[in-house]
Ligand binder design. Structure first.
Ligand SMILES: Nc1nc2c(ncn2[C@@H]2O[C@H](COP(=O)(O)OP(=O)(O)OP(=O)(O)O)[C@@H](O)[C@H]2O)c(=O)[nH]1
Ligand SMILES: [Mg+2]
Length: 465
C-alpha cells in the first residue's frame, strides 16, 4: 500500500455539492491545516472556535471575510484525522446553496492558504492514506455515476471491498507459492526444489478462479456503462417513433417524410434495471442528398459497433429487398426485430422473419399507438441477459475494463508459469511468471501500480469528491 506520502501535506478545498440553487451547499476542506484555516474565517455567536469543537460535532455561525463581513450563515462539521473520509482533518462548511455564497466561501479558504483540490483528490487521499484501496476508490465514482439500481448495487459491493477480497486471496496464494519456489532456489539443501506438479496444480486452481471472474466482465461492463443500442431500419418505418415510445417523450422529430432523421439522437433509458444507451439513426437507403448520406453512413457505423440492434420494419407493407439485405447482416448479432405499425395491419409475418433470422426475437408494436411496449421491453432485457451470469447483484461481477485487463494479464502469466514448469525448465523461470501474475492482480487494488496510472484514474472524478 502506498501510505502516508510526505507530499500529502497541503490543505485542499473544493465545493463538494453541485453548483446551483438548492437547500444546502458544502465546501469541503481537508488537510493538516483544515481546522485552523476555517477557524480564521469562522465566527460563532458565542465566540467558540472550531479547534475547541468536539470531534464529529456541528458548530453554528458565519464565515466572514478578511474585513469581518458575513459571507454566509453556516453549520460547520469537524472530523479529525484519522476518523474522516480522507483520514486527514476534514472540515465541511454547510452553507446556502447558491453560486455566490459557495464561491465566496471557497475564495475565502483559498485566501487563507488552502489549495483548490484536483478532481477526485479527496478520494485519492483516502486511497493514499490506506482507507480505501484502488478498486474501492473506483467504486466511489461508479456509485456517483450509476444509472440504475443494479449498477449502484454492484458499485456498493465493490466499495465494500468484495472484489478486493477475492483478488487479495488469489494474490496471497501466488505470493505463498512464490515464497516456496524461492526458498527452494535459495536453500536447495534444506528446503528442496518444489515439485512441478505442485506448481501446476496450484496454477490450475487459480486459473479457474480467474476465468470465473473474467466471465462476469462483459455483463459487468454492460451494467456500468450501459448497453449500446442502435435503432436501425429503412426510412419512414418508425424508428424515431420507436425511440419516443421507449423514452416516453417526443424526443426525436417524426414526420411522414422519408429521411427525416439525419443526425444520431441518443437517450439513456432504464429498462428492467439495465441502462440502455439508445441511438435513433437515419433510415438506411441509397441517397444523393449530401446530408442524408452522412446520416446513412453514421447509421451503418453504429449498426457495426452496437451491443444490441433494434431493427425496425414497417410490418404493414410487404418486406422490401433492402430489409432482407440488412436483416441478413444481423445474423449472429444481438438483435431484436421490431415489426412496427401494428395498428395498420400485419402484412409481414413472424415466420418470414424467422426464416431469415431463426435465432432472433421478433416483436410486433405500434409506436404511435403505444402497443406492444411491455413485450418489447421484456424481449430486449432477455436478449441482454441471455446466457449471462447472475446479474441480480448477488454475484461478484467485474465492471471495469481496467480490472478485466489486469485479470487477463494475470491469467496469461499463470498459463505461462504452468507451461514453464510442465516443460521442466528451472524454477527461477517459473518464479518470474508467478511474480508477474501477482503484480497484475495487485494493479486492481493499487498495491502494484505506477503513480501516473493512479493519477489518471483519479482525474476521471469530479471536483470535490
Ligand atoms: N400508424 C402508424 N404510423 C406510424 C407508426 N410509427 C410511425 N408511424 C408514422 O410513420 C411516419 C414515419 O415515422 P418516423 O418515426 O419519423 O420514422 P423513421 O423511421 O424515424 O423515419 P426516418 O427518420 O425518415 O428514417 C410518421 O408519419 C409516423 O407518424 C405506427 O406504429 N403506426
Ligand atoms: Mg427518424
Amino acid at each position: 500500500m502506498v501510505q502516508d506520502q510526505g507530499w500529502v501535506e497541503d490543505t485542499i478545498v473544493a465545493i463538494a455539492t453541485p453548483i446551483g440553487e438548492g437547500g444546502i451547499g458544502i465546501v469541503r476542506v481537508s488537510g493538516a491545516a483544515a481546522i485552523s484555516t476555517v477557524d480564521q474565517a469562522f465566527l460563532s455567536p458565542k465566540g467558540r472556535s472550531l479547534a475547541s469543537a468536539n470531534n464529529w460535532s456541528l458548530s453554528y455561525g458565519w464565515i466572514v471575510s478578511a474585513t469581518g463581513e458575513k459571507l454566509d450563515e453556516v453549520v460547520v462539521s469537524v472530523m479529525r484525522a484519522p476518523h474522516s473520509y480522507t483520514r486527514e482533518d476534514v472540515v465541511e462548511i454547510n452553507c446556502h446553496s447558491g453560486l455566490v455564497p459557495l464561491q465566496n466561501i471557497l475564495q475565502r479558504m483559498l485566501e487563507l492558504g488552502a489549495r483548490l483540490a484536483e478532481p477526485g483528490e479527496f478520494t485519492k487521499r483516502a486511497f493514499l492514506h490506506g482507507r480505501l484501496d484502488l478498486s474501492q476508490a473506483e467504486a466511489v465514482i461508479d456509485i456517483i455515476r450509476a444509472k440504475t439500481d443494479k449498477g449502484h448495487r454492484l458499485a456498493m459491493r465493490q466499495l465494500e471491498g468484495d472484489l478486493s477480497k477475492a483478488v487479495k486471496v488469489m494474490r496471497h496464494d501466488l505470493v505463498g507459492l512464490l515464497a516456496a519456489i524461492e526458498a527452494g532456489i535459495d536453500f536447495p539443501e534444506e528446503v528442496g526444489d518444489m515439485e512441478a506438479e505442485e506448481v501446476v496444480a496450484l496454477c490450475q486452481d487459480l486459473e479457474e478462479d480467474l476465468k470465473a471472474l473474467l466471465a462476469t466482465a462483459d455483463s459487468g461492463k454492460i451494467i456500468r456503462e450501459g448497453i449500446d443500442t442502435a435503432i436501425i431500419g429503412r426510412p419512414n418505418v418508425g424508428k424515431s417513433s420507436l425511440l419516443n415510445m421507449l423514452v416516453r417523450e417526443n424526443r426525436a422529430i417524426v414526420t411522414e417524410i422519408p429521411g427525416t432523421t439525419r443526425d444520431v439522437i441518443e437517450e439513456v433509458v432504464n429498462i428492467g434495471g439495465f441502462p440502455f444507451v439508445i441511438r435513433d439513426t437515419a433510415g438506411i437507403r441509397h441517397t444523393e442528398d449530401v446530408i442524408e448520406k452522412i446520416g446513412v453512413e453514421r447509421a451503418k457505423a453504429l449498426m457495426e459497433g452496437a451491443d444490441l440492434i433494434l431493427y425496425v420494419i414497417d410490418g404493414s407493407v410487404p418486406l422490401q429487398d433492402e430489409d432482407i439485405e440488412l436483416l441478413e447482416q444481423l445474423r449472429g448479432r444481438r438483435a431484436v426485430v421490431v415489426l412496427n405499425k401494428l395498428d395498420l395491419g400485419t402484412v409481414v409475418s413472424l415466420d418470414a422473419c424467422k426464416q431469415l433470422l431463426p435465432d432472433t426475437a421478433v416483436v410486433r408494436v405500434s409506436s404511435t399507438e403505444k402497443l406492444g411496449l411491455k413485450q418489447l421491453e421484456e424481449t430486449v432485457v432477455s436478449e441482454v441477459t441471455k446466457g449471462q451470469i447472475d446479474l441480480s447483484g448477488e454475484a461478484l461481477v467485474v465492471t471495469r475494463t481496467r480490472h478485466k485487463q489486469a485479470l487477463m494479464d494475470a491469467l496469461e502469466s499463470l498459463v505461462a508459469a504452468k507451461e514453464t514448469s510442465l516443460s521442466g525448465l528451472p524454477m527461477d523461470l517459473v518464479a518470474i511468471d508467478i511474480r508477474g501474475a501477482a503484480e497484475s492482480l495487485g494493479e486492481i487494488t493499487g498495491d502494484t501500480l505506477q503513480s501516473e496510472v493512479i493519477d489518471r484514474i483519479f482525474a476521471d472524478f469530479c471536483i470535490g469528491k
